[in-house]
Design a protein around this ligand. Structure first.
Ligand code: HEC
Ligand code: HEC
Length: 478
């Protein structure tokens, strides 16, 4: 008995050490980059705080400023170390700002640094143009919402982005708060509180907090099913907290929808306004992008009558991407030190995208359920604006919901040759060049518009040259 126990105990220690290893792997390079991102977030926050109370601002400017302060505030995460901006920084067009992570894990560690979610942080520039999620009979498609899988529908707050902003604070793999009340409580301790009270009213933080609120909010989520709202509040206080949580989310959405974030100031915009000129290569790339040969602008719409060129139509498609097992989520199959299991299915996890949302408990409309199967493996079309925005030329971005593709060259080569090149064998050195791994979900894959475009290498690089003109802040106009 004693020796069996020892064996078991030793095995357990070895096992848990191995798991701990996988989970805490943040290379020295990643740590260094993270430290500089954190310093930059603090700098932006400090700079923004200076503006509070300066000059005269109308109400909407004040809401945007509040939203910005909330967006760059790491105190709103359980360990007080992770702002929204940690995964969405301006220098990458508000997508993932850590090159080392984009190359490897794709997803970003949460406030509890050993937890990673299953997808890549998408850009949220121009996401404010996404309509409330609806099914369009005409297009035979779902349109709108936020997140890769559209699950922030916008139906409750009439704003997909506001509903989106309520996700990360309570996501155990992201900011990790245990109760929405903790977001309000933490905000009530911040220097922008007086401004928030001027904008939202004196009731915003007038909550009788229980004596243990501080320590409850230091506990990482998720809450136990036996006590889903562990900050114990009287009903009216709970109502205030919910209303303020909604206003926080709306302020963040207002910042995300502001001109500072969506400036329509790319070379493309200047060319359209006749204030700059494409190079011949960019022009040919744009012609290809708009041509029947590529279909690119059928989904990544470049405008039309009464339509802004947003480079998305907010519909969903399955491009036939392979799964990306480099995402640490696949390893998170057992309980961590807090008893939380991120992914009980381990390597069997498959990302079902919009179909998974429609078939799951978060689908708000019973009429949509029957569509779930045909939307398995589909994701919302992202804008291509700022798709090349990066802080330095050797900075690597991760493209697509799972970050499998690492450069615009790879993306265009994938669209061009997904079906014309053979399937890779295990460990094939030609992966991404002369072969492609099988799709994660072949059954709903788009075969009509993509996969065999017949483009030459020169065509591919011309399209890439065009995509690079979509970066905001172009300084070379005439
Ligand atoms: C740990 C990294 C991380 C943090 C922190 C984080 N996000 Fe994200 N964000 C992501 C990921 C990953 C996705 C895509 C998730 C998905 O589709 O399931 C995403 C998606 C989004 C989107 C959707 C864009 C679109 O076009 O649909 C918006 C908007 C956004 N985040 C804003 C925020 C805000 C606001 C916060 C803070 C309240 C925040 N994020 C915190 C990683 C993060
Ligand atoms: C049928 C609709 C459709 C067509 C046609 C299409 N795309 Fe896409 N595009 C998408 C969807 C959907 C995604 C996201 C897929 C995912 O993450 O699984 C995407 C993603 C991308 C991305 C990555 C963006 C990011 O932020 O990760 C780029 C770049 C891109 N497309 C460029 C192109 C180009 C260039 C063409 C033409 C060769 C093209 N697309 C044709 C729907 C389409």
């Amino acid at each position: 008995m004693n020796s069996r126990f020892t064996t078991y105990a030793a095995g357990f220690i070895v096992l848990s050490a191995a798991v701990a290893d996988v989970r805490s792997t943040l290379s020295p390079g990643a740590r260094k980059e993270i430290a500089s991102v954190e310093a930059e977030i603090n700098r932006i926050e400090a700079q923004t705080l200076v503006r509070v109370g300066q000059g005269s601002m109308d109400r909407s400017q004040q809401v945007i400023l509040l939203g910005k302060l909330l967006f760059y505030d790491r105190e709103l995460s359980v360990r007080r170390n992770e702002a929204c901006a940690f995964c969405h920084m301006p220098e990458t067009g508000f997508s993932g700002p850590v090159s080392t992570l984009n190359q490897t894990t794709v997803s970003y560690p949460g406030s509890i640094r050993s937890r990673f979610s299953e997808r890549s942080p998408q850009t949220h520039t121009y996401a404010s143009y996404s309509p409330v999620l609806h099914y369009s009979e005409g297009q035979g498609d779902f349109v709108g919402g936020a997140f890769w899988d559209m699950r922030a529908t916008g139906l409750q707050l009439n704003s997909p982005l506001a509903e989106q902003a309520q996700g990360p604070p309570l996501n155990p793999m992201e900011m990790g708060l245990i109760d929405a009340a903790c977001m309000v409580y933490r905000a009530s301790e911040r220097p922008y509180r007086p401004m928030a009270e001027r904008v939202w009213g004196a009731q915003a933080f007038a909550v009788k907090w229980p004596g243990d609120v501080k320590s409850v909010c230091e506990r990482p989520g998720p809450a136990a099913t036996s006590d889903l709202l562990p900050v114990h509040l009287a009903p009216v206080d709970r109502g205030i907290v919910q209303a303020t949580f909604d206003q926080i989310a709306q302020a963040i959405a207002a910042y995300e929808g502001s001109e500072e974030v969506n400036s329509f100031s790319s070379k493309f915009d200047l060319v359209m306004a006749d204030k700059a000129k494409f190079t011949p290569e960019e022009q040919t790339g744009y012609d290809l992008f708009r041509s029947k040969a590529t279909h690119c602008n059928e989904c990544h719409r470049d405008g039309g009558p009464g339509e802004e060129p947003l480079f998305t139509d907010f519909t969903a498609s399955n491009l036939g991407l392979p799964a990306n097992r480099a995402i640490p989520y696949y390893e998170e199959s057992s309980a961590d030190g807090f008893g939380f299991t991120a992914n009980a299915r381990g390597l069997k996890f498959d990302d079902t995208g919009v179909g998974g949302f429609l078939g799951g408990p978060k689908n708000p409309d019973g009429k949509w359920t029957s569509q779930a199967k045909s939307f398995i493996g589909k994701y919302k079309t992202p804008t291509l604006r700022n798709v090349d925005k990066r802080p330095r030329p050797d900075f690597v971005k991760a493209y697509m919901h799972n970050g499998y593709l690492k450069s615009l060259e790879e993306v265009v080569h994938f669209y061009n040759t997904r079906d014309s090149l053979p399937a890779c064998k295990a460990g094939d050195p030609g992966e991404k060049v002369s072969c492609w791994p099988p799709p994660e979900h072949a059954e709903t894959m788009n075969r009509r518009q993509l996969g065999r475009l017949g483009l030459s290498t020169k065509d591919e690089s011309e399209i890439v040259a065009f995509l690079k003109t979509l970066t905001d802040g172009y300084a070379g106009g005439k």
